[in-house]
Design a protein around this ligand. Structure first.
Ligand SMILES: Cc1cc2nc3c(=O)[nH]c(=O)nc-3n(C[C@H](O)[C@H](O)[C@H](O)COP(=O)(O)OP(=O)(O)OC[C@H]3O[C@@H](n4cnc5c(N)ncnc54)[C@H](O)[C@@H]3O)c2cc1C
Length: 421
């Protein structure tokens, strides 16, 4: 019987975003010779963009509500997040010299509110572990013999590896590298890929030209959003932003999966806004019924129920003029103002995408069932989550999972040089 191999197995990671870099780290720690390829001139471009918003890297809420943020895919992601959830993300960042803090919303950020220092430290550590980064290498698929083919500065090149992790990202912001060109390549190999659709995206509303000109760009703070679909009701408080095309921002993003699905089924969706969540209908009715004397209606709304600016603009946009003089009717509008959303904005504007490689197409270790030795990770998998740090956490967790899967695969083939399985 042959003894253990002495040659280190070679692993390729395609995609140098957070998922791919995490897979590379796991593979390098286990003793594999790791090559990371990326089409862009530098690593982690979308990660760096996320840093412009402060890099919300994870969330501090307890594991159960945290997991529920992944909706229909919570079951599939549960073991990955149990192995590497929010506390692990924070410990891992600390290991790179990056302290984190919990913001007032429960979101977790690096103290410096930037991605660049973390990415710099991470790439340095990876290089120290022997990971070789090959930028401007656009993966183009497989050769007949199973080698990976790349379009590189020197022309077309091919490389053979013992294991491959694909971490090619979703389809949002394609100019940062994740252009979803991998979809037909994997589909042609029989891999089930759910269509990529926008997630955490804005939605279109037919604003009047006057409303759009006056209020586009303004935040609508402290409201409650209600919607109902086939699954029942959805209600949450927060804030959103009026944009020229419609609505966007955290509260809309949180509802975006349900809104998108409802629009796909019915062509449009109506949500309802409560403009004064702190005051019940009876109180609003009472306040509005106060004699306003010579005060303008705008001043009356501001003084009695603190509705002014963009909130008052929304009322004027939607409510028939006659109802402004009927306190009971106006109060009902204030507590339940309908907005009709017609379409999600295009995927290239979205913060993330839903859809991707179906979990059913992979085994329990992240390996594609039809392509032995090929693993997938990150946003290219079929899951979605709202903003709040859930995206990066699942990217890192799945990068770790598929990296460990690849280590296990290599260890079965070359037990000598590879540590752990
Ligand atoms: C504006 C914005 C703000 C965000 N803010 C946050 C936030 O605060 N918190 C949060 O949790 N998430 C945030 N996200 C989402 C988060 O950045 C992504 O979910 C995450 O980067 C996805 O990681 P990934 O490694 O799966 O893919 P990506 O980061 O997209 O990396 C994929 C890599 O694959 C490469 N690639 C693709 N195709 C090829 C190919 N054919 N050949 C070679 N290389 C290829 C790409 O160049 C890219 O480098 C934000 C996203 C955006 C757009």
């Amino acid at each position: 019987m042959a003894g253990p191999l002495t040659v280190r197995p070679r692993a390729a990671v395609v995609g140098a975003g957070p998922a791919g870099l995490m897979a590379a780290e796991v593979l390098a720690e286990a003793g594999a010779a790791v090559d990371v390829y990326d089409a862009m001139p530098s690593a982690g471009r979308k990660f760096l963009l996320a840093g412009i918003g402060g890099l919300n890297i994870t969330h501090s809420e307890p594991p159960e509500p945290f997991l529920a943020r992944y909706g229909d895919r919570a079951g599939e992601l549960a073991p990955l997040l149990a192995a590497f959830g929010a506390p692990s993300v924070r410990t891992w960042a600390k290991g790179l010299g990056i302290d984190t803090f919990v913001g007032s919303s429960g979101r977790v950020f690096p103290k410096e509110m930037k991605a660049a220092p973390l990415l710099r430290a991470w790439l340095q550590r990876l290089r120290g572990q022997g990971v070789r980064l090959h930028m401007r290498h656009r993966w183009q698929g497989w050769e007949e013999n199973g080698a990976l083919a790349f379009e590189a500065p020197a022309g077309r090149i091919v490389h053979r590896h013992d294991a491959v992790v694909l971490a090619l990202g979703g389809a949002s912001w394609p100019r940062l590298g994740s252009d979803a060109a991998w979809v037909p390549r994997l589909a042609a190999r029989g891999v089930r890929v759910e269509p990529l659709v926008p997630a955490n995206c804005g939605f279109e509303v037919d604003w009047s030209p006057h409303f759009r000109a006056r209020f586009a760009g303004q935040p609508v703070r402290a409201v409650t959003l209600d919607m109902a679909d086939e699954r029942g009701g959805w209600r949450r408080g927060g804030e959103f932003v009026v944009s020229a095309y419609g609505v966007e921002g955290s509260l809309i993003y949180a509802a975006s999966a349900r809104l998108r699905q409802a629009i796909a089924g019915r062509g449009s969706v109506q949500l309802r806004l409560d403009l004064t969540p702190g005051l019940d209908l009876e109180r609003v009715t009472r306040e509005l019924a106060w004699p306003r004397g010579s005060k303008s209606l705008s001043n009356h709304l501001r003084a009695r129920i603190k509705v002014d600016g963009v909130k008052a603009g929304l009322l004027r946009e939607v409510v028939p003029a006659a109802d402004f003089h009927e306190p009971a009717r106006l109060a009902r509008w204030v507590k339940s103002l309908p907005l009709t959303l017609h379409a999600p904005r295009p995927i290239d504007e979205a913060i993330s995408s839903a859809g991707g490689v179906a979990f059913e197409a992979m085994d329990a270790h992240g390996m594609l069932r039809g392509l032995p030795g090929v693993f997938c990770a990150g946003e290219m998998l079929d899951w979605e989550a709202p903003t709040g740090g859930y995206l990066l956490t699942a990217c890192l967790a799945s990068g770790r999972w598929s990296g460990q899967g690849a280590v296990r695969w290599l260890a079965q083939r070359a037990p000598g040089p590879i540590a752990g399985a």
